[in-house]
Design a protein around this ligand. Sequence first.
Ligand SMILES: [Zn+2]
Length: 429
Amino acid sequence: MSTATPAAAGTPVSVARSQPADHAAVRRHNLGLVLRLLRSGGPRSRAGIAVATGLNKATVSSLVAELESRGLVRDVGTDRERRLGRPATLVELDGRGVLAIGLEVNVDFLSVLVTDVAGREVHSRTRPIDARHHSLDAIVALLVELSEEGVSIAGPTRRAVTGCTVAVPGVVDVDAGVVRIAPNLGWHDVPFAAVLGAALGAELAVTVDNEANLAALAEHRVGQHAGVANLLYVIGEVGLGGGIVVDGHLVRGASGFGGEIGHMTMERDGLRCNCGSRGCWETLVALPAVLRAAVPDRADELAADENLSPEDKIRIVAERASSGDAVALAALRDVGEWLGVGLANLFHVLNPDIVVLAGIYPVVAEWVVPVATEVLAEQTLGHAGRSCPVVVSSLGFSAAARGGAIHAAERVFDDPLCVPVLSDQKEPS
Ligand SMILES: [Zn+2]
Protein backbone atom coordinates (compact mmCIF):
# COMPACT_ATOMS: atom_id res chain seq x y z
CA MET A 1 0.00 0.00 0.00
CA SER A 2 1.37 3.40 -0.91
CA THR A 3 1.04 6.47 1.25
CA ALA A 4 0.54 10.10 0.40
CA THR A 5 0.94 13.34 2.26
CA PRO A 6 -2.06 15.15 3.78
CA ALA A 7 -1.12 18.22 1.70
CA ALA A 8 -2.67 16.48 -1.33
CA ALA A 9 -6.07 17.08 0.25
CA GLY A 10 -5.54 20.70 1.31
CA THR A 11 -4.43 22.02 4.67
CA PRO A 12 -7.01 20.95 7.26
CA VAL A 13 -6.83 22.64 10.66
CA SER A 14 -5.99 19.91 13.10
CA VAL A 15 -3.16 18.86 15.31
CA ALA A 16 -0.62 17.06 13.14
CA ARG A 17 0.03 13.50 14.28
CA SER A 18 2.90 11.22 13.54
CA GLN A 19 1.71 8.03 11.90
CA PRO A 20 3.09 4.74 13.19
CA ALA A 21 4.13 2.60 10.25
CA ASP A 22 1.76 -0.27 10.93
CA HIS A 23 -0.87 -1.41 8.46
CA ALA A 24 -3.93 -0.31 10.46
CA ALA A 25 -2.55 3.18 11.03
CA VAL A 26 -1.62 3.58 7.36
CA ARG A 27 -5.09 2.45 6.29
CA ARG A 28 -6.73 4.84 8.76
CA HIS A 29 -4.55 7.68 7.46
CA ASN A 30 -5.42 6.89 3.84
CA LEU A 31 -9.16 6.66 4.61
CA GLY A 32 -8.94 10.15 6.13
CA LEU A 33 -6.93 11.36 3.14
CA VAL A 34 -9.65 10.26 0.70
CA LEU A 35 -12.40 11.82 2.86
CA ARG A 36 -10.53 15.15 3.08
CA LEU A 37 -9.93 15.16 -0.66
CA LEU A 38 -13.67 14.71 -1.33
CA ARG A 39 -14.47 17.45 1.21
CA SER A 40 -12.10 20.01 -0.29
CA GLY A 41 -12.33 19.08 -3.97
CA GLY A 42 -15.89 17.80 -4.43
CA PRO A 43 -16.96 14.57 -6.20
CA ARG A 44 -14.30 12.55 -8.04
CA SER A 45 -13.96 9.24 -9.80
CA ARG A 46 -11.95 6.47 -8.14
CA ALA A 47 -9.27 7.01 -10.81
CA GLY A 48 -9.29 10.75 -10.03
CA ILE A 49 -8.82 9.99 -6.32
CA ALA A 50 -5.88 7.73 -7.18
CA VAL A 51 -4.21 10.49 -9.23
CA ALA A 52 -4.77 13.17 -6.57
CA THR A 53 -3.57 11.07 -3.63
CA GLY A 54 -0.82 9.03 -5.29
CA LEU A 55 -2.49 5.82 -4.07
CA ASN A 56 -2.93 2.94 -6.52
CA LYS A 57 -6.37 2.22 -8.00
CA ALA A 58 -6.93 -1.08 -6.18
CA THR A 59 -6.17 0.60 -2.85
CA VAL A 60 -8.54 3.46 -3.66
CA SER A 61 -11.37 1.03 -4.56
CA SER A 62 -10.89 -0.78 -1.26
CA LEU A 63 -10.78 2.50 0.73
CA VAL A 64 -13.92 3.81 -1.00
CA ALA A 65 -15.73 0.52 -0.23
CA GLU A 66 -14.75 0.85 3.41
CA LEU A 67 -16.01 4.46 3.59
CA GLU A 68 -19.20 3.51 1.75
CA SER A 69 -19.90 0.73 4.25
CA ARG A 70 -19.90 3.39 6.98
CA GLY A 71 -22.13 5.82 5.07
CA LEU A 72 -19.31 8.35 4.70
CA VAL A 73 -19.20 8.42 0.87
CA ARG A 74 -21.63 7.45 -1.88
CA ASP A 75 -21.73 7.10 -5.65
CA VAL A 76 -23.34 10.04 -7.44
CA GLY A 77 -23.81 9.36 -11.14
CA THR A 78 -21.20 9.51 -13.86
CA ASP A 79 -18.61 12.00 -15.03
CA ARG A 80 -20.28 13.75 -18.01
CA GLU A 81 -17.12 15.66 -18.89
CA ARG A 82 -15.28 12.48 -19.72
CA ARG A 83 -14.83 12.13 -23.49
CA LEU A 84 -12.90 8.87 -23.86
CA GLY A 85 -13.65 5.36 -22.58
CA ARG A 86 -16.42 4.28 -20.24
CA PRO A 87 -18.01 7.06 -18.14
CA ALA A 88 -16.54 6.93 -14.62
CA THR A 89 -18.75 6.79 -11.52
CA LEU A 90 -18.20 9.77 -9.23
CA VAL A 91 -17.87 9.42 -5.46
CA GLU A 92 -18.88 12.21 -3.06
CA LEU A 93 -18.63 12.90 0.65
CA ASP A 94 -21.86 11.74 2.33
CA GLY A 95 -21.97 11.42 6.13
CA ARG A 96 -25.59 12.59 6.46
CA GLY A 97 -26.30 10.12 9.24
CA VAL A 98 -23.30 11.12 11.35
CA LEU A 99 -23.70 14.24 13.48
CA ALA A 100 -21.27 16.64 15.12
CA ILE A 101 -22.33 18.94 17.96
CA GLY A 102 -20.91 22.42 18.54
CA LEU A 103 -21.83 24.24 21.76
CA GLU A 104 -20.98 27.68 23.08
CA VAL A 105 -21.06 29.04 26.61
CA ASN A 106 -21.08 32.82 26.46
CA VAL A 107 -21.66 35.35 29.22
CA ASP A 108 -24.98 36.34 27.58
CA PHE A 109 -26.14 33.12 25.92
CA LEU A 110 -25.75 29.40 25.36
CA SER A 111 -25.96 28.02 21.84
CA VAL A 112 -25.91 24.77 19.95
CA LEU A 113 -25.19 24.07 16.29
CA VAL A 114 -25.50 20.53 14.93
CA THR A 115 -24.12 19.57 11.53
CA ASP A 116 -23.53 16.35 9.63
CA VAL A 117 -20.01 15.25 8.75
CA ALA A 118 -20.07 17.25 5.50
CA GLY A 119 -20.81 20.43 7.49
CA ARG A 120 -24.48 20.72 6.49
CA GLU A 121 -26.38 22.44 9.29
CA VAL A 122 -29.05 20.25 10.86
CA HIS A 123 -30.10 22.48 13.74
CA SER A 124 -29.06 25.62 15.56
CA ARG A 125 -30.46 27.44 18.54
CA THR A 126 -29.35 30.25 20.85
CA ARG A 127 -30.77 30.62 24.33
CA PRO A 128 -30.19 33.93 26.15
CA ILE A 129 -29.06 33.58 29.77
CA ASP A 130 -26.89 35.52 32.19
CA ALA A 131 -24.24 32.86 32.72
CA ARG A 132 -22.65 34.77 35.62
CA HIS A 133 -25.76 34.06 37.70
CA HIS A 134 -25.93 30.32 36.90
CA SER A 135 -24.04 27.57 38.69
CA LEU A 136 -21.80 25.24 36.72
CA ASP A 137 -24.35 22.42 37.22
CA ALA A 138 -27.17 24.60 35.88
CA ILE A 139 -25.14 25.54 32.77
CA VAL A 140 -24.26 21.89 32.15
CA ALA A 141 -27.93 20.87 32.47
CA LEU A 142 -28.96 23.52 29.93
CA LEU A 143 -26.22 22.42 27.49
CA VAL A 144 -27.38 18.80 27.76
CA GLU A 145 -30.94 19.93 27.01
CA LEU A 146 -29.81 21.93 23.97
CA SER A 147 -27.69 19.03 22.64
CA GLU A 148 -30.41 16.44 23.08
CA GLU A 149 -32.93 18.69 21.36
CA GLY A 150 -30.54 19.22 18.45
CA VAL A 151 -29.82 15.54 18.00
CA SER A 152 -33.48 14.53 18.30
CA ILE A 153 -34.41 17.04 15.58
CA ALA A 154 -32.08 15.14 13.22
CA GLY A 155 -34.53 12.28 13.69
CA PRO A 156 -34.28 8.80 12.23
CA THR A 157 -31.52 9.64 9.74
CA ARG A 158 -29.08 9.85 12.65
CA ARG A 159 -26.86 6.80 13.11
CA ALA A 160 -24.00 8.17 15.16
CA VAL A 161 -22.79 11.29 16.93
CA THR A 162 -19.07 11.75 16.37
CA GLY A 163 -18.49 14.13 19.26
CA CYS A 164 -19.17 17.45 20.88
CA THR A 165 -16.88 20.47 21.11
CA VAL A 166 -17.79 23.33 23.41
CA ALA A 167 -16.52 26.89 23.17
CA VAL A 168 -15.91 28.90 26.33
CA PRO A 169 -14.69 32.48 26.86
CA GLY A 170 -11.45 31.72 28.66
CA VAL A 171 -8.04 30.11 28.62
CA VAL A 172 -8.38 26.37 28.06
CA ASP A 173 -5.96 23.47 28.42
CA VAL A 174 -7.48 21.54 25.51
CA ASP A 175 -5.59 18.28 26.09
CA ALA A 176 -6.61 18.17 29.77
CA GLY A 177 -10.16 19.40 29.02
CA VAL A 178 -9.77 22.02 31.76
CA VAL A 179 -10.86 25.66 31.65
CA ARG A 180 -7.93 27.37 33.38
CA ILE A 181 -9.36 30.90 33.64
CA ALA A 182 -12.70 32.25 32.42
CA PRO A 183 -12.87 35.61 34.25
CA ASN A 184 -16.32 36.60 32.97
CA LEU A 185 -17.80 33.27 34.16
CA GLY A 186 -15.80 33.21 37.40
CA TRP A 187 -14.32 29.80 36.51
CA HIS A 188 -10.86 28.64 37.59
CA ASP A 189 -9.46 25.20 36.81
CA VAL A 190 -12.86 23.70 35.92
CA PRO A 191 -12.56 20.16 34.41
CA PHE A 192 -15.33 21.06 32.01
CA ALA A 193 -14.84 18.29 29.42
CA ALA A 194 -15.18 15.61 32.10
CA VAL A 195 -18.19 17.26 33.78
CA LEU A 196 -20.07 17.83 30.51
CA GLY A 197 -19.02 14.42 29.14
CA ALA A 198 -20.45 12.64 32.21
CA ALA A 199 -23.73 14.55 31.83
CA LEU A 200 -23.99 13.88 28.07
CA GLY A 201 -23.13 10.19 28.29
CA ALA A 202 -19.78 8.48 28.59
CA GLU A 203 -19.60 7.30 24.97
CA LEU A 204 -19.55 10.82 23.51
CA ALA A 205 -16.14 12.45 22.92
CA VAL A 206 -16.23 15.95 24.46
CA THR A 207 -13.62 18.65 23.80
CA VAL A 208 -13.42 22.16 25.29
CA ASP A 209 -11.66 25.03 23.55
CA ASN A 210 -11.47 28.80 23.61
CA GLU A 211 -14.34 30.53 21.77
CA ALA A 212 -12.08 32.71 19.59
CA ASN A 213 -9.99 29.69 18.57
CA LEU A 214 -13.12 27.84 17.42
CA ALA A 215 -14.49 30.93 15.68
CA ALA A 216 -11.15 31.29 13.88
CA LEU A 217 -11.43 27.65 12.83
CA ALA A 218 -14.91 28.36 11.41
CA GLU A 219 -13.58 31.43 9.54
CA HIS A 220 -10.73 29.39 8.14
CA ARG A 221 -13.02 26.56 7.00
CA VAL A 222 -16.33 28.18 5.94
CA GLY A 223 -15.92 31.99 6.20
CA GLN A 224 -15.79 34.31 3.19
CA HIS A 225 -12.01 33.97 3.02
CA ALA A 226 -11.90 30.25 3.81
CA GLY A 227 -8.75 28.39 2.96
CA VAL A 228 -6.12 31.10 3.48
CA ALA A 229 -3.15 29.55 5.25
CA ASN A 230 -2.51 32.32 7.80
CA LEU A 231 -5.47 34.02 9.41
CA LEU A 232 -5.73 36.31 12.42
CA TYR A 233 -9.20 36.49 14.00
CA VAL A 234 -9.91 39.38 16.41
CA ILE A 235 -13.18 39.54 18.35
CA GLY A 236 -14.17 42.53 20.44
CA GLU A 237 -16.93 42.28 23.04
CA VAL A 238 -16.65 43.00 26.77
CA GLY A 239 -13.05 41.81 26.32
CA LEU A 240 -10.86 41.31 23.28
CA GLY A 241 -10.04 37.79 22.09
CA GLY A 242 -8.06 36.32 19.25
CA GLY A 243 -7.68 33.14 17.24
CA ILE A 244 -4.55 32.43 15.23
CA VAL A 245 -4.28 30.08 12.25
CA VAL A 246 -0.72 29.55 10.98
CA ASP A 247 -0.03 27.26 8.01
CA GLY A 248 -3.59 25.94 8.35
CA HIS A 249 -3.21 25.01 12.03
CA LEU A 250 -4.68 26.66 15.12
CA VAL A 251 -2.00 28.05 17.42
CA ARG A 252 -2.77 27.56 21.12
CA GLY A 253 0.75 27.75 22.52
CA ALA A 254 2.27 25.74 25.35
CA SER A 255 -0.63 26.07 27.79
CA GLY A 256 -3.54 27.69 25.94
CA PHE A 257 -2.51 31.35 26.25
CA GLY A 258 -1.69 31.66 22.53
CA GLY A 259 -4.26 34.03 21.01
CA GLU A 260 -4.92 36.00 24.23
CA ILE A 261 -4.06 39.10 22.23
CA GLY A 262 -6.35 41.38 24.27
CA HIS A 263 -3.75 41.36 27.05
CA MET A 264 -0.80 42.57 24.99
CA THR A 265 0.55 45.63 26.81
CA MET A 266 0.07 48.78 24.75
CA GLU A 267 0.56 51.40 27.50
CA ARG A 268 2.74 50.54 30.50
CA ASP A 269 0.86 53.03 32.72
CA GLY A 270 -2.50 52.69 31.01
CA LEU A 271 -5.91 51.87 32.44
CA ARG A 272 -6.38 48.91 34.76
CA CYS A 273 -7.55 45.82 32.83
CA ASN A 274 -9.96 43.08 34.00
CA CYS A 275 -6.93 40.77 34.12
CA GLY A 276 -5.31 42.94 36.82
CA SER A 277 -2.59 44.30 34.54
CA ARG A 278 -2.43 47.81 33.06
CA GLY A 279 -2.70 49.21 29.55
CA CYS A 280 -3.77 45.97 27.84
CA TRP A 281 -4.97 46.29 24.22
CA GLU A 282 -8.55 45.53 25.32
CA THR A 283 -8.61 48.60 27.62
CA LEU A 284 -8.31 50.68 24.42
CA VAL A 285 -10.51 48.91 21.87
CA ALA A 286 -13.04 46.57 23.56
CA LEU A 287 -16.64 47.58 24.23
CA PRO A 288 -16.23 49.34 27.62
CA ALA A 289 -13.52 51.62 26.17
CA VAL A 290 -15.64 52.38 23.09
CA LEU A 291 -18.69 53.25 25.22
CA ARG A 292 -16.67 55.47 27.57
CA ALA A 293 -15.23 57.48 24.71
CA ALA A 294 -18.11 57.48 22.22
CA VAL A 295 -21.18 57.89 24.47
CA PRO A 296 -19.73 59.34 27.71
CA ASP A 297 -23.16 60.52 28.88
CA ARG A 298 -24.56 56.94 28.85
CA ALA A 299 -21.44 54.80 29.32
CA ASP A 300 -22.04 53.80 32.97
CA GLU A 301 -25.72 53.11 32.41
CA LEU A 302 -25.03 50.99 29.29
CA ALA A 303 -22.14 49.09 30.91
CA ALA A 304 -24.43 48.08 33.79
CA ASP A 305 -27.44 47.11 31.64
CA GLU A 306 -27.49 43.30 31.50
CA ASN A 307 -30.58 43.25 29.29
CA LEU A 308 -28.68 44.69 26.34
CA SER A 309 -26.22 42.53 24.37
CA PRO A 310 -22.81 43.93 23.32
CA GLU A 311 -24.26 44.26 19.81
CA ASP A 312 -27.22 46.31 21.12
CA LYS A 313 -24.78 48.62 22.88
CA ILE A 314 -22.43 49.11 19.94
CA ARG A 315 -25.45 49.88 17.72
CA ILE A 316 -26.11 52.94 19.93
CA VAL A 317 -22.57 54.10 19.13
CA ALA A 318 -23.14 53.45 15.40
CA GLU A 319 -26.37 55.46 15.48
CA ARG A 320 -24.59 58.46 16.99
CA ALA A 321 -21.76 58.22 14.46
CA SER A 322 -24.30 57.98 11.61
CA SER A 323 -25.96 61.16 12.81
CA GLY A 324 -22.60 62.97 12.66
CA ASP A 325 -21.96 63.17 16.44
CA ALA A 326 -18.40 64.52 16.70
CA VAL A 327 -17.60 62.78 20.01
CA ALA A 328 -18.64 59.35 18.68
CA LEU A 329 -16.74 59.89 15.42
CA ALA A 330 -13.54 60.92 17.23
CA ALA A 331 -13.84 57.91 19.56
CA LEU A 332 -14.24 55.48 16.66
CA ARG A 333 -11.22 57.02 14.92
CA ASP A 334 -9.18 56.38 18.10
CA VAL A 335 -10.43 52.79 18.24
CA GLY A 336 -9.43 52.31 14.58
CA GLU A 337 -5.96 53.72 15.29
CA TRP A 338 -5.36 51.52 18.35
CA LEU A 339 -6.66 48.49 16.45
CA GLY A 340 -4.20 49.33 13.66
CA VAL A 341 -1.28 49.66 16.11
CA GLY A 342 -2.02 46.26 17.69
CA LEU A 343 -2.50 44.64 14.29
CA ALA A 344 0.83 46.07 13.10
CA ASN A 345 2.56 44.51 16.14
CA LEU A 346 0.92 41.17 15.42
CA PHE A 347 1.71 41.46 11.70
CA HIS A 348 5.42 41.47 12.55
CA VAL A 349 5.00 38.30 14.64
CA LEU A 350 2.56 36.29 12.53
CA ASN A 351 2.55 37.84 9.03
CA PRO A 352 -1.09 36.86 8.43
CA ASP A 353 -2.66 36.69 4.96
CA ILE A 354 -5.79 38.33 6.35
CA VAL A 355 -7.25 39.84 9.53
CA VAL A 356 -10.91 39.09 10.31
CA LEU A 357 -12.66 41.39 12.80
CA ALA A 358 -15.73 40.11 14.66
CA GLY A 359 -18.01 40.91 17.60
CA ILE A 360 -18.67 44.67 17.88
CA TYR A 361 -16.46 45.66 14.93
CA PRO A 362 -18.72 44.67 12.01
CA VAL A 363 -21.35 47.12 13.41
CA VAL A 364 -18.92 50.08 13.32
CA ALA A 365 -16.82 48.82 10.41
CA GLU A 366 -17.34 51.85 8.16
CA TRP A 367 -15.55 54.11 10.70
CA VAL A 368 -13.04 51.68 12.22
CA VAL A 369 -11.79 49.45 9.38
CA PRO A 370 -10.40 52.15 7.01
CA VAL A 371 -8.42 53.74 9.88
CA ALA A 372 -7.09 50.39 11.15
CA THR A 373 -6.09 49.45 7.59
CA GLU A 374 -4.24 52.75 7.13
CA VAL A 375 -2.35 52.43 10.44
CA LEU A 376 -1.50 48.78 9.76
CA ALA A 377 0.11 49.83 6.46
CA GLU A 378 1.92 52.84 8.00
CA GLN A 379 3.36 50.97 10.98
CA THR A 380 4.71 47.90 9.21
CA LEU A 381 8.20 47.36 7.83
CA GLY A 382 8.27 48.54 4.21
CA HIS A 383 4.51 49.14 4.57
CA ALA A 384 4.12 45.38 4.13
CA GLY A 385 0.82 45.51 6.03
CA ARG A 386 -0.75 46.85 2.81
CA SER A 387 -0.79 43.28 1.54
CA CYS A 388 -2.93 42.15 4.50
CA PRO A 389 -6.63 42.98 4.11
CA VAL A 390 -8.61 43.80 7.26
CA VAL A 391 -12.16 42.47 6.79
CA VAL A 392 -15.19 41.84 8.99
CA SER A 393 -16.63 38.43 9.78
CA SER A 394 -19.84 37.34 8.06
CA LEU A 395 -20.45 34.36 10.37
CA GLY A 396 -22.15 36.32 13.16
CA PHE A 397 -23.02 34.89 16.56
CA SER A 398 -22.86 31.26 15.51
CA ALA A 399 -19.13 31.33 14.59
CA ALA A 400 -17.80 29.68 17.76
CA ALA A 401 -20.51 26.97 17.90
CA ARG A 402 -19.96 26.32 14.18
CA GLY A 403 -16.23 26.00 14.83
CA GLY A 404 -17.12 23.53 17.61
CA ALA A 405 -19.14 21.39 15.18
CA ILE A 406 -16.30 21.54 12.61
CA HIS A 407 -13.83 20.46 15.30
CA ALA A 408 -16.10 17.61 16.46
CA ALA A 409 -16.59 16.40 12.86
CA GLU A 410 -12.82 16.44 12.34
CA ARG A 411 -12.61 13.30 14.47
CA VAL A 412 -14.17 11.38 11.58
CA PHE A 413 -11.54 12.73 9.15
CA ASP A 414 -8.78 11.75 11.58
CA ASP A 415 -10.23 8.28 12.05
CA PRO A 416 -13.11 7.28 9.72
CA LEU A 417 -13.21 3.87 11.46
CA CYS A 418 -14.79 5.56 14.53
CA VAL A 419 -18.08 5.54 12.57
CA PRO A 420 -19.93 2.20 12.81
CA VAL A 421 -20.62 0.10 9.72
CA LEU A 422 -24.17 0.49 8.36
CA SER A 423 -26.38 -2.28 9.74
CA ASP A 424 -27.25 -3.66 6.26
CA GLN A 425 -23.57 -3.92 5.20
CA LYS A 426 -20.74 -6.29 5.88
CA GLU A 427 -17.46 -4.79 7.05
CA PRO A 428 -15.01 -4.86 4.08
CA SER A 429 -12.03 -7.07 4.65
ZN1 LIG B 1 -5.49 42.53 30.47
